[in-house]
Design a protein around this ligand. Structure first.
Ligand code: SF4
Length: 512
């Protein structure tokens, strides 16, 4: 087979970016899988170009040219840009493939715009495409390996594709690694809850870390595991064997139940700088936070004490909350979050609006059955620009009032000051401040206030939120047009809308 000219595009951004956070961090948010696929394609003898779009490049200039096969990886929020790019490449004669979270959440929609749509992807999935690189239109083929592969390429193998992306990060370069896939917990809102937990080879982790010490004096590493440390001892042994204590700076997402004091001591010894546990709610989803039997203020007291214990060992903690869950009603859940902010002042609060990403999670089927999923274009599905589930216990204006109130509280001058003085270390202090004044804190607050204004003063806007009309408000239409820029003209005709209940319809036909 003659070598193919292959392009891979990792979309971290959905359009030009202009925030400080994006400038510093987007290049550090590159996905691992595009790098793995690029490595596999090259090992199969093909000519490969990979780009990571962070929002700061001139995409027209950076895009791989004269390619016959293009892989695009994206989260749902950048999928409209991915659809436009696929349309453009198809017009140039290329075959296009979509992978990443959007392909897993909305495979039927993506198949309308791509020749191949990938679920779990193994090396043999890729070789199948390489050997059958022909267009499939009008509806693309969906391929899935059935489960996550047992082997991903390690950092050393992927380095050729990692290094150019990290060069775009001006201050902090964080290498993406993987110690496991899937999760043993079954939080029904989570895409990983249905993926069996599978640790990856600890020897590869060890050799990759050794390799990184030849590249950086004290490497920063982010573990992309959905729940790092389930096989805690093996992970720590692999890290400890890769270099003397504190040779690395690690970031990982772990459930609170893993972050016991004994484990925290080991995390500290091994250089863990940041952990991101999920709290989600004061009334529900406690099975992973060691607080399954308590709720309300009792849970606030226990979790804040636990988070303060974590801070004795790890200098940066982000606590994740989901706003608008069905278990929440009235003012209390929001007030409890404020008490948590008071009691654990150094934790960075990460807020997500309840969002159902297609068929990602078991709970989404229930929301679709109940007719509560709204058809917000994919562009806004990133956990904060839109909440695509009608809240069970709140009216929209009331809900946004409460979201604005808690966000305002979390990023008020008083909260920022307390977070600053209680946090140790220049990087961590600076990171908190940058996130608060950038798009995440004040930026979101400004956006939520705009939404609230429209909900009160624009009847058609409100009707869209109530599910009484499918006519997208001009406010959202204009944002997409602006973000896509010259790619707007390549957006396929029907791509702004999708079947918000596709998962339910599929289940009715026995295909889910
Ligand atoms: S513990 Fe975290 S990764 Fe695991 S299922 Fe729950 S939310 Fe998902």
């Amino acid at each position: 087979m003659p070598p193919l000219k292959i392009g891979l595009i990792d979309l971290v951004s959905k359009g030009p970016a202009n925030t400080l956070w994006a400038k510093i961090m987007h290049a550090n948010l590159a996905s691992i899988m595009p790098q793995v696929i690029a490595t596999w394609c090259e090992q199969e003898g093909h000519d490969v170009t990979l780009i990571c779009y962070t929002g700061y490049e001139d995409l027209t200039r950076e895009l791989p040219k004269d390619v016959s096969l293009v892989f695009i990886s994206t989260f749902t929020q950048a999928s409209l840009l991915a659809y436009a790019l696929s349309n453009y490449y198809r017009s140039q004669g290329a075959v296009t493939v979509l992978g990443g979270p959007h392909a897993r959440c909305y495979p039927d929609d993506a198949a309308l715009y791509f020749d191949y749509v990938l679920g779990f992807t193994s090396r043999s999935t890729i070789t199948e495409i390489l050997h059958n690189c022909v267009p499939h239109r009008p509806v693309g083929i969906q391929l899935s390996a059935g489960k996550q592969p047992a082997n991903f390429c390690g950092v050393e193998e992927r380095w050729k594709f990692i290094a150019p992306t990290l060069k775009k990060a001006p201050f902090l370069q964080i290498v993406p690694m993987l110690g496991s896939v899937g999760c043993p917990y079954t939080c029904p809102f989570c895409i990983d809850s249905t993926v069996p937990y599978q640790p990856l080879d600890f020897k590869t982790i060890q050799s990759d870390l050794r390799f990184l010490r030849t590249k950086y004096k004290k490497p920063w590493v982010a573990f992309h595991d959905p729940n790092f440390g389930v096989r805690f001892e093996e992970n720590m042994d692999a890290i400890a064997a890769a270099g003397p204590p504190k040779s690395f700076r690690f970031i990982a997402e772990s459930s609170l139940s893993i972050l016991t004091e004994k484990h925290l001591q080991l995390l500290q010894q091994n250089g863990f700088i940041a952990v991101l546990p999920g709290i989600e709610s004061w009334y529900d989803l406690g099975n992973k936070s060691k607080a399954s039997h308590i709720t309300g203020m009792e849970k606030v007291n226990q979790v804040s004490a636990h988070v303060n214990t974590i801070f004795r060992y790890v200098p940066y903690v982000q606590t994740n909350f989901v706003l608008g869950l069905d278990s929440d009603a009235g003012t209390e859940p929001f007030e409890l979050t404020k008490r948590f902010i008071d009691q654990a002042p150094n934790a960075f609060p990460g807020f997500s609006l309840l969002t159902a990403f297609g068929e990602a999670a078991p709970m989404n089927l229930e929301y679709q059955k109940q007719g509560r999923v709204l058809p917000f274009p994919f562009h806004f599905l990133n956990n904060h620009l839109a909440m695509n589930i009608k809240p069970k216990n709140y009216d929209w204006v009331d809900f946004y009032d409460k979201v604005i109130d808690v966000t305002d509280y979390a990023f008020s001058a008083k909260a920022l000051y307390r977070r600053f003085i209680h946090t140790h270390g220049t990087t961590t202090r600076w990171m908190n401040l940058m996130r608060a004044i950038s798009s995440e804190g004040w930026g979101r607050l400004k956006f939520y206030r705009q939404i609230r204004q429209h909900l009160v003063h624009d009847r058609n806007f409100r009707k869209y939120f109530e599910g009484e009309t499918q006519q997208l408000p001009a406010f959202y239409h204009e944002i997409i047009k602006k973000d896509l820029g010259i790619w707007w003209q390549w957006l396929p005709a029907n791509a702004l809308s999708h079947d918000a209940n596709a998962y339910f319809h599929k289940s009715m036909n026995g295909h889910a």
